[in-house]
Structure formats: C-alpha cells, structure tokens
Design a protein around this ligand. Sequence first.
Ligand SMILES: [Zn+2]
Length: 258
Amino acid sequence: MKVHHLNCGTMRPPMVAGGIVAHCLLIETEQGLVLVDTGFGTHEVSDPKATIDPLSRTLLKPVLDINETAISQVEKRGYQADDVRHILLTHLDMDHAGGLRDFPKATVHVLDSELAAATNPRGVKEKARYPKAQREGVTFRTHQAEGETWFGFEAVKDVEGLPGDILMVPLLGHTRGHTGIAVRSGDRWLLHAGDAYFYRGEVETPPSNIMALKLTVKQTETLRAQRLSNVERLRELKASGEAEVFCAHDPVELARLA
Ligand SMILES: [Zn+2]
C-alpha cells in the first residue's frame, strides 16, 4: 500500500497565522484507490454558497482552489475518478465531505451515528455543519462503533472489503459519530485523527495550544468529555511512538508527512 498525504482545502481563518489545511489521504491498494476524507470538491469550488454556510465562509475563509480538490490530485497521478472505490470519512462536516460527489463509483464509509447526526440533526449547530447537497447521490455504508481494541482505543473496526491495514478508530466528541482512521504503511501505523484536535501541540507532552484554535475546538465540539479523554489517549499514543498521529487541519503536521 502506498499512502499519499494531500491537502484538499486550504483555509485562511483570520485569527490563525499561516492558515489551516484539509489533510486527506490517498491510498493505493490492491482493491483500488481509497481516500480518507475529501476536503472541498469541485462543487464547493464552483458554487461555494450552495454548500458552505455563510458563517463558515467568514470564519474559515476557504481558498477553494480547483487544483487542491481530491479529484484533481487523483487525476494528476494518472488515475480517474472511478478508480476510487472506497472513501473513509472521519466525519461529515462540510470541509471533510466536500469531494464525495466527484467520485460516483465510491462507497463512502462512516459511523452510523455520524450519518444519523447529518440526516437528523439536533439543534442549530448540527443543522449548519452538514449540508445536504454534499451527500446527494452518494452511496454510504455505515459502521457501528464496536469491535476490537487497538493501542488502548476501543471499538476499532476492520472495514469489510478493505485491506486489514485500514481501520476505523472511533474518536467521538467533535461530532456524534467522529472517527479516526488508522492505516498501516510498511512497518508503521498512521492515525488520521480528523478533528479530534486541531493543533499539534494538543497531543504533545506537555500539551500546548493557540487561542484561536482553542476557541474553534470548543465552538465545534459536540461531546466534550469524550473529546477530552480521546485527546488524552492520542497524546499517550503519540508519546509511545507506536503510531504517527496527525489531525486534519494542522499544516505543520502535513508538511512533515507529505
Ligand atoms: Zn474540520
């Protein structure tokens, strides 16, 4: 398996120096191409108002460059949209699920509680974060958060139809059905922790954060206690050196791995 680290969506929130990225993975497997998250896709680039709510457009300031879309980066490597057979999503926020419609042949894997949150949102926050248009015509396969343990994380799922080197590692908190995705590349594990944290310092020892991202994390979290305990476990995993841990939005982590 070959793993590529992609940025599928630069954003320039005014308070965050250097901006943030949408760190996605493109994995070449014997079962075809697999994507982990899709950032923003061609629909967001051509018509941002249809999928990105006004508050997010103001706060996140997405750059929306066609060259950053997952489809464009797949094609640049000599592949086509239909070569992407599976997409695993950490969650369904609009800066993670934007490119789904660019891959009509793909099965999209999410936790069942996440798809339930998107289709039956509770309250204003959930209503704004899951634009319906992004899921139109998309084939979902949902998974329950129950299974084996993996480096102290519980309920880890082997995803049927995919190599055993790709796992869903539920990390509830940011959203109701948020999950990490673990990928074994050669002799080491990578853990894409999605939005379980936003700033690399949160999982370093001792932890640190920057004010603007601390506020963003708080504003966007759904289950606070679970999010905090997951960050604690991610910090332990990182300190143990057993896996390369990274989140979706930190540009320094992406630069280190790309
Ligand atoms: Zn995000």
